[in-house]
Design a protein around this ligand. Structure first.
Ligand code: ZN
Length: 489
């Protein structure tokens, strides 16, 4: 067997194992009886150990070296496969096994402490573990290596090739215009239906929306979980979840968001299946696809010109007498607040900026964990004009740091920026986009995304892909242009 054949065989084995683990994770969030949690944790630990040993197998390193020596005889996909497998192999072998085990043990200890600290508004009980997590992330950056600053090594784990300097540049362009736009918008009241929703009807409509945007139910399904998410168990098995509350229309936007993630993976080229190329390019580009459907399409007038009558038929008691204009005002309401996941399109990236600044300062050692809540409050007052009444609704609100993830937050903003840039490129391709959407032809934009982005899976680097699709590298002006068009009145 040639060396690429050997690599493909190894890749397939690792992909199968990771899909089995994804299935266990999905099951844990959707189906697992409470009593099964401890055994499930043991199953995870056992399987993680097997996967880790396979991932650092010296024979794999030899195949990679042989393939790299023959790189000029490889085609684009083969070269990408070698690059991606090299990246995984290096990440796995650079971290000593004792370090990986220690970090896993620390995060599993930290998670329940964080849950209790958030519930009891007790930052002090979580602070010692957070300090340890910061310190271990600093060590992880040293093991992985970086050119400019330790934070880059952490960021690179989520967004290959992105540096803190580039993220800072993006935010320095965004900050003032975002604050100006926010200052010019009157805060809106929260809308509530006069009659509560019936869950079965919400589920039916969420399924219908997924179908409308091109989700293939032969190769995926939608279920319930405490927090919406999407996961891939293979190219032909994409799982999305949603949650339903009697007073909330969030299920509509969660369906579009998770559906956007799932469409990405359902459309990846079949020749990439069972390789590490059968994922999105990066977290940021993945998020661009979910934000594209959730916000850019899903909160637009043309989309609802088609879908609003369907919504009215599904929920006559809630929407029968609400005019389309009022509905659009409701789903695009701007309300600067405390909670990132509830944030509107204008303020969302300021929540991310705050986390980005603080986690950089933690990793560099400029900020001590004990001073974190005060620094959090200061920035919320400064950037969003809100007073943080408690740590539970402040620094303890996100799971990421408790999970040991530093460098993850910026990918949300990369997703928003990339989505607007991709939208700009689509509108050049389809100048009649508004009419296309208003007649319910979502396959046109879906097909364009599939051809230009999804099909390629992880073959290109994030910045290469963006360049191919939009003709330029990541540029915040498209996002600002989009916001000004929408909110700048
Ligand atoms: Zn997402």
């Amino acid at each position: 067997m040639d060396v690429i054949g050997k690599l493909r065989e190894r890749a397939a084995e690792l992909a199968d194992l990771s899909h089995v683990m994804a299935l266990m994770q999905w099951d844990q969030e959707v189906m697992l009886p409470r009593g099964g949690a401890a055994e499930r944790a043991q199953q995870f630990a056992t399987l993680s150990g097997i996967v880790h040993r396979r991932a650092v197998d010296p024979a794999l390193g030899e195949f990679l070296a042989a393939a790299e020596a023959a790189a000029d005889r490889l085609d684009t996909v083969e070269r990408a496969l070698v690059r991606k497998m090299r990246r995984g192999y290096d990440q796995n072998t650079k971290l000593p096994e004792a370090f990986v085990t220690e970090l896993a043990a620390l995060t599993s200890r930290a998670l329940p402490v964080w849950v209790a600290a958030r519930r009891d508004n007790d930052f002090a009980s979580f602070a010692p573990l957070l300090s340890r997590l910061v310190e271990m992330n600093r060590r992880q950056a040293d093991y992985l290596g970086y050119d400019e600053e330790p934070y880059d090594a952490l960021l690179d784990c989520y967004e290959e090739g992105l540096t803190a300097r580039e993220v800072r540049d993006c935010f320095s362009v965004l900050l003032e215009p975002l604050r100006e736009l926010l200052a010019g918008v009157a805060p809106a009241e929260e809308w509530q239906p006069r009659v509560p929703f019936v869950e079965a009807e919400q589920v039916r409509f969420a399924d219908r929306l997924l179908g409308l945007i091109g989700f293939d139910f032969e190769r995926g399904r939608q279920d319930r979980s405490a927090h919406p998410f999407s996961t891939g168990l293979g190219r032909n098995d994409q799982r999305v979840t949603n949650r339903y509350a009697p007073q909330s229309i969030e299920f509509i936007f969660s369906a579009l968001h998770e559906g956007g993630h799932a469409l990405y993976e359902q459309n990846i080229g079949p020749e990439l299946a069972r390789t590490p190329l059968a994922n999105g390019v990066s977290l940021g580009i993945h998020e661009s696809q979910s934000r594209f459907w959730e916000n850019i399409i899903g909160r637009s007038r043309p989309f609802w010109q088609y879908c609003y009558s369907l919504l009215g038929e599904a929920f006559p008691a809630q929407f029968g007498t609400l005019a389309l204009d009022d509905f659009l005002a409701t789903v695009n309401a701007v309300r600067p607040g405390l909670i990132r996941v509830d944030a509107d399109e204008l303020s969302y990236n300021l929540h991310v900026l705050i986390r980005f600044e603080l986690e950089q300062a933690l990793i560099s050692g400029e900020l001590a964990v004990a001073d974190l809540p005060a620094a959090w409050g200061e920035r919320y007052r400064d950037y969003l004009g809100v007073v943080v009444p408690s740590d539970a609704d402040g620094v303890l609100q996100d799971i990421h740091w408790a999970h040991g993830s530093f460098g993850y937050f910026p990918t949300y903003t990369i997703g928003n920026l990339a989505a607007a840039q991709i939208w700009h490129a689509y509108r050049r391709f389809d100048p009649d986009w508004a009419a296309t959407l208003a007649r319910g032809d979502f396959a046109r934009v879906g097909g364009w995304l599939a051809t230009n982005i999804h099909r390629h899976g992880g073959v290109y680097l994030p910045r290469e892909l963006l360049l191919r699709v939009t003709g330029e590298e990541l540029a915040p002006r498209h996002f600002l242009g989009y916001l000004k068009e929408k909110f700048g009145r």
